[in-house]
Design a protein around this ligand. Structure first.
Ligand SMILES: *Cc1c(COP(=O)(O)O)cnc(C)c1O
Length: 381
């Protein structure tokens, strides 16, 4: 690897991670629901105001827990955007439900809130908004639709930690919120996530389902004499060693967020002249949304121009990334899902989108190098 190589992502690291992991190992407490898991849960609860946060083995598993908790079953329908990660859909398909996609908005790449209502049928049970790039979906409209049609809202806030909508933390607005702490996310534990429960309704069941369907947690608190099998569940709780890695970062969440926002703003300002000349488009953050600089993307004219830019950056030691192949056009998508209405923007916008390197320790000179290469590609001076 060349010294000047600029990777797409470097997992966040603050320096305290190994100390905390060692603390777990020295204390011989490495299984789930140890001290660091409790600290992480509490951090999320304080930060977001939810009644209960439960650290999980992934955001994928948090979504599966939500699907179990609201008893999604065969014949049910769940509405979401097609422009998302496979896990958003898998959680419901695994329970036999049909996933119904609606188009996205071209400005934020989020589900078009105005197209949801037409996709609702008597079989619809849930809406799953995905807050792409940590920029919130239009949650007031979505919550209003859910209320009028008696649907649950499960926020895929995998990319939304530390972001908000009209002052409310992402993940804390719907009935359920799902966070990801995968190594590609702003805060990481390698593999991991969290399930956020806005109010009391699902808390007891969630605790049982996460612990293999047992009341082991109540037993540990001395509330029952013996622990036993209460309902179907699985093992959704991560090792406390992973939780320890995460805690180092949650303690420094503001510093990490500020650094990422600085990177994002530097990209934005430097690339603005190209947007003004009509060469590229830059991300849009609607009023009322505070984002978290999860990613910085630009939009090229079309697929061909984007592929050319990807090749050009790669040949200059910069690693960009494209993003989701819309799920409705994938092999599994053809089998388990349907697209309601017309795909005006989902495929077209995803083909144009290009993600630039973005991580906590990204340096200003690296950002400037990426920007210069983009300018050279567009022959901008
Ligand atoms: C990363 C991501 C997930 C999956 O998260 P894991 O923790 O890896 O399971 C789900 N949805 C979205 C939108 C994501 O970005």
């Amino acid at each position: 690897m060349n010294d000047n190589f600029i990777p797409f992502n470097i997992p966040p690291y603050t320096g305290k991670e190994m100390d905390y992991i060692r603390e777990c190992v020295d204390n011989q407490k490495i299984c789930g629901d140890g001290e660091f898991t409790a600290r992480d849960n509490e951090w999320i609860e304080k930060k977001t105001g939810v009644t209960k946060a439960l650290l999980t083995t992934s955001c994928t598993h948090a979504t599966e827990m939500a699907a179990i908790l609201c008893d999604i079953k065969e014949g049910d329908e769940v509405i979401m955007p097609s422009y998302t990660f496979v896990s958003t859909a898998n959680a419901f398909v695994l329970r036999g439900a049909t996933v119904v996609f609606v188009d996205i908005r071209p400005d934020t790449m989020n589900i078009d809130e105005n197209k949801i209502e037409a996709a609702i049928t008597p079989k619809t049970r849930a809406i799953v908004p995905v807050h792409y790039a940590g920029v919130a979906c239009e949650m007031d409209t979505i919550m209003d639709i859910a209320k009028r049609h008696n649907l649950v809202v499960i926020e895929d806030a995998a990319q939304g930690v530390m972001a908000s909508y009209k002052g409310k933390a992402l993940g804390a607005i719907g009935d359920f919120g799902n966070y990801s702490f995968h190594e590609t996310k702003n805060y990481s534990m390698g593999e991991g996530g969290a399930l956020l429960l806005r109010d009391e309704t699902y808390v007891d069941d969630a605790i049982i389902i996460r612990e293999k369907g047992t009341n082991r947690t109540l037993y540990k608190l001395g509330k029952v004499d013996k622990y036993s099998w209460i309902e179907p569940g699985s093992s959704f709780l991560p090792s406390d060693m992973n939780a320890a890695y995460l805690y180092a970062q949650l303690q420094m969440a503001d510093e990490i967020n500020d650094a990422r926002m600085d990177h994002w703003n530097r990209y934005f300002e430097a690339l603005r002249p190209l947007e003004e000349k009509g060469l590229i488009e830059l991300p849009v953050v609607p009023e009322g949304c505070v984002h978290n600089a999860h990613m910085f993307y630009i939009k090229c004219k079309d697929l061909e121009e984007r592929q050319g830019l990807i090749e050009y950056l790669k040949s200059n030691c910069i690693l960009p990334a494209s993003h989701y192949v819309p799920l409705h056009s994938s092999k599994a998508g053809l089998k388990y899902t349907r697209f309601h209405g017309e795909d005006v923007y989902t495929t077209k916008e995803s083909n144009r989108l290009l993600r630039l390197p973005m991580y906590y320790k990204l340096r200003n000179d690296e950002i400037d190098e990426v920007v210069n290469r983009v300018k050279l590609y567009y022959k901008f001076s």
